[in-house]
Design a protein around this ligand. Structure first.
Ligand code: TEU
Length: 540
């Protein structure tokens, strides 16, 4: 493995994060669902790929109604995934290989099977009643207010036994905890310390912007831009149910818990526009180290839109805040499905040459597409609850494809979601032996990013290429500069290079066939081609 680029930057700044969706990475026991022993068996793959840390989506005890985002015991491993001993073995093995391990923390809600909720719903006088959000209904029996669940319908469920409604931002099987209650804060802090003491290197915090709700439970306003083709949740603006000003006190508390341990990272899952997102770095940067920046996922795939987004985000970053970029995750359409296989290569080069920590999503590096899911294969409760809007998430959660053997080497049993039809050729083993494969491109990009501080830590400056379809930018560090040039169109484009880049060396093309060529004063890009150019050192 190449040495880390700078001994000074924390690992979560210079490094690359890789999301493992544990159900779909590697099955170790033949039940068709991935598990921790499976992940351990594949750690060498992550080392060879060159990433620095793996983030595991939830592996805790759960009824699995939302595939682990409904937790019934925060401090144990679900038997489906293994045991605490397997988890300890994973951390030991990962650390032995120089990999960090980041866990998913789901503090906004528990499972309705969690003993805390069982106790809370037991009676109005329960000691844990106030750990969740219980309210009286309207005089006419309607829910306490108009808030809706992200997964369809009212966000309130009536509990006949005690005659009150409880709030759930997601499924009714996922009641929201009451973060205004100090005992809840204490309980989750204890959960964090439990895992931090076990050696985990950080948390990705689920729906961080949802944690605190309006104290007066005011109705949410109508969304003036709503059109009926959009999913029902978008009918209202979640003004009072999310992103409340006091959420930042809670985030600061989560950060405080981390501060007692060395070198850990706090990442927030936050779907907000950049203007609101950056507030989650916290006053004095005492909030999340990395509020996940999902803006690339929702920005139109054009050179101008992406260039403008980068400029906007860079301008909004508080002084000293470290940026980050995400192309996909277990909730969103795969990048190859969204922009197509050719532009997915451009996207890979973008992600791994931008300023800020990149988060990769397992399988994107072999070009996994969004897999079509037949009606009888649907597993995602979001799709079942809100059919007809294309919200299903199964298609981006299909098994990792390792080789051409039965079930792509993912499982000895029946995989819980389908493979791609072309798994015999789209898999790690085949792509490893193909020097122009997507996997080869990812490997080369990661190696370059690790080797060159310009890419991992350097500054960013857009260079106006003069071509509407071409986004180009400088990355510079310590007197050295690289130029990244990305063709967002599928037709060839020729650009005139800046005089300072004439004679530069092509380090890498997304087509994997032009390394070491010397560029003249013009650069011919093929359709959907991206390049990284290395400039001779300048005296600064
Ligand atoms: O996702 C939250 C999330 O992605 C939603 O808020 C999103 O806006 C929604 O999917 C509508 O498009 C996290 C987890 O990543 C997801 O898997 C869970 O289902 C969800 O929280 C509930 O825990």
């Amino acid at each position: 493995m190449a040495p880390s680029v700078s001994p000074h930057a924390p690992w979560w700044q210079s490094g690359i994060l890789y999301q493992v969706y544990p159900r779909s990475f590697q099955d170790g026991d033949g039940d068709g669902i991935g598990d921790l022993r499976g992940v351990i068996a594949r750690l060498h793959y992550l080392v060879d790929l060159g990433v620095d840390a793996l983030w595991l989506s939830p592996i805790f005890t759960s009824p699995m109604v939302d595939f682990g985002y409904d937790i019934s015991d925060y401090t144990d491993i679900d038997p489906l995934f293994g045991s605490l001993a397997d988890f300890d073995a994973l951390v030991t093995a990962a650390h032995g290989l120089g990999l960090k391990v980041v866990l998913d923390l789901v503090p906004n809600h528990t499972s309705d099977q969690h003993p805390w909720f069982v106790e809370s719903r037991g009676s109005r006088d329960s000691r844990k009643r106030d750990w969740y959000i219980w309210r009286d209904g309207q005089p006419d029996g309607g829910p306490p207010n108009n808030w809706t669940s992200e997964f369809g319908g009212s966000a309130w469920t009536f509990d006949a036994a005690t005659g009150q409604h409880y709030y759930h931002a997601f499924l009714s099987a996922q009641p929201d905890l009451n973060w205004r209650n100090p005992q809840v804060r204490q309980a989750i802090a204890d959960v964090m310390r439990f895992w931090l003491r076990r050696g985990v290197d950080g948390f990705r915090v689920d729906v961080m912007w949802h944690l605190v709700k309006d104290a007066d439970f005011r109705d949410n306003p109508l969304n003036p831009d709503y059109t009926p083709d959009r999913q029902p949740y978008e009918r209202l603006l979640p003004l009072y149910s999310t992103d409340r000003p006091d959420v930042h006190d809670v985030v600061a508390e989560l950060r405080q818990v981390m501060e007692a341990f060395d070198d850990r990272v706090l990442i927030g899952e936050i779907y907000l526009p950049p203007e609101k997102l950056v507030a989650y770095y916290g006053a004095g940067l005492k909030g999340a180290h990395l509020p996940f920046n999902f803006a690339l996922i929702s920005t139109p795939w054009s050179a101008r839109a992406v260039g403008d987004l980068i400029a906007r985000y860079e301008a909004l970053l508080p002084s000293g805040a470290w940026p980050n970029w995400v192309l996909g995750n277990h909730d969103r359409v795969r990048i190859a499905g969204r922009v197509g296989p050719a532009q997915a290569r451009v996207a890979a080069m973008l992600l791994l040459t931008l300023r800020g920590t990149p988060t990769m999503y397992y399988g994107d590096e072999i070009g996994l597409p969004q897999v079509p899911i037949a009606p009888e294969q649907v597993r995602d409760p979001f799709e079942t609850n809100v059919p007809g809007y294309g919200v299903g998430r199964d298609g981006c959660r299909t098994p990792m494809q390792w080789d051409g053997s039965a079930h792509a080497g993912f499982t000895a049993g029946e995989p819980w979601l389908p493979l791609t039809d072309d798994f015999a050729s789209r898999n790690v083993a085949v792509e490893r032996s193909d020097s122009s494969s997507m996997l080869a491109l990812y490997g080369a990009l990661i190696a370059l990013r690790r080797a060159r501080a310009e890419l991992s830590l350097g500054d960013y400056e857009e260079w106006p290429s003069g071509e509407a379809d071409v986004l180009a930018y400088w990355r510079g560090h310590g007197g050295r500069r690289m130029l990244v040039v990305l063709n967002f169109s599928d037709r060839p484009v020729t650009i005139a290079l800046p005089s300072s880049a004439a004679g530069a060396t092509i380090m890498l093309s997304t087509m994997m066939d032009r390394a070491a060529e010397v560029a003249g004063d013009r650069l011919n890009l093929r359709g959907a081609e991206g390049m990284v150019l290395d400039l001779a050192p300048t005296a600064i």
